[in-house]
Ligand binder design. Structure first.
Ligand code: ZN
Ligand code: ZN
Length: 263
C-alpha cells in the first residue's frame, strides 16, 4: 500500500510525504524543522520514521528545514549535483553519508521506490520534478516550472496522482503589487505555471481514470484557492472531463496537510 499527502504547499514553503511498503520519504522540506515535525504529527507520522528527503531544487521554500531534519533524525538527503552545489553553502554541517547524489533524467531506486527525476524549466541550478513508480501506480510531483513541454508531458501521462503547480492567476499577477522584473520572472519560461497553463497541461495529461489532482504552490499574493480551483475545474470541464466523476480535484493548502491519498 502507498500513501501520498501534501504536508503544506505555497510559495512560502512546500513538502510532500509519500509512503510505499513501509518506506517513508519527504519530497522537499521547505519549512522549519519544528513546522515539519508539527505537520507530520497532524497526519500521525513521526519524523524518526523518515527514510529520506528528496529535493527538487535549492530555493528556500523547498529546502529550509532539510538539513535541520537530516541532523536531528539522521536522514539522508537526495539531490542532484547542481542542487547540492547551491544548497551545500547554506546547509550547515551534514554527515557525509547523508549527502546523496542522483542524476537528473535517470531512474533511481530507493527502497521500494522507483523514482525518475525529470528536468524542468526554472531559474535554479538543476531543478527537477519527480515521477514516482510504486508497483503499478504512478505519482507526479511537479512544481516550479515555467513551462510544460512535450518531453515532460509525455513522461507524466498516465499518473494516478498529480501534485501540480498552479502558481498564479495571470491577470492578478499583472495587476498586482510585484515589481515589473518580478512579474517578468514569474511569467517567464523559467518561472512558475499560471492557473491557465496548469489547467491546459493537466487536460493534456489526464485520462479521466479517476486521477487525484492536488493544485500546489499557489502564490499568496497573486492567486486564491477558489480562483485556482474554479479556473482549472472550468477548463477541464470544457475539455469533457467531469471533476465530479472522472477526476478528483483538491487545492493543497498553504499551512496544513491535504487529504491523504491511499493507493
Ligand atoms: Zn523555485
Ligand atoms: Zn518554489
Amino acid at each position: 500500500m502507498s500513501k501520498f499527502c501534501s504536508l503544506a504547499s505555497g510559495s512560502s514553503g512546500n513538502s510532500v510525504f509519500v509512503e510505499h511498503k513501509g518506506s517513508k520519504i519527504l519530497i522537499d522540506c521547505g519549512f522549519s524543522g519544528r513546522k515539519i515535525e508539527n505537520l507530520l504529527s497532524q497526519i500521525g507520522e513521526n519524523p524518526k520514521d523518515l527514510d529520506a528527503i528528496f529535493l527538487t531544487h535549492e530555493h528556500v521554500d523547498h529546502v529550509k528545514g532539510a538539513s535541520v531534519m537530516s541532523r536531528r533524525y539522521d536522514i539522508p538527503i537526495y539531490a542532484n549535483k547542481g542542487t547540492w552545489l547551491s544548497f551545500i553553502k547554506s546547509a550547515g554541517k551534514l554527515k557525509e553519508e547523508n549527502i546523496k547524489i542522483f542524476r537528473s533524467n535517470s531512474f533511481l531506486n530507493f527502497n521500494s521506490f522507483d523514482i525518475f527525476p525529470i528536468s524542468i524549466h526554472h531559474d535554479a541550478k538543476e531543478p527537477v520534478g519527480f515521477i514516482l513508480y510504486l508497483d503499478n501506480k504512478k505519482i507526479t510531483v511537479l512544481t516550479d516550472t515555467g513551462i510544460i513541454d512535450e518531453r515532460i508531458l509525455n513522461e507524466i501521462k498516465g499518473s494516478d496522482v498529480y501534485y501540480f503547480e498552479a502558481n498564479h492567476d495571470l491577470d492578478a499577477l499583472k495587476r498586482g503589487p510585484y515589481t515589473y522584473p518580478m512579474k517578468v520572472r514569474i511569467m517567464g519560461k523559467m518561472g512558475h505555471l499560471s492557473n491557465d497553463q496548469s489547467a491546459k497541461s493537466l487536460a493534456d495529461a489526464l485520462q479521466g481514470k479517476n486521477e487525484k489532482i492536488f493544485l500546489a504552490h499557489l502564490s499568496e499574493t497573486n492567486n486564491s484557492e477558489e480562483l485556482c480551483k474554479i479556473t482549472v475545474d472550468n477548463y477541464l470541464k470544457s475539455c469533457g472531463l467531469d471533476t465530479s466523476r472522472d477526476i478528483k480535484l483538491e487545492v493543497a493548502k498553504r499551512n496544513e496537510p491535504s487529504s491523504i491519498v491511499e493507493l
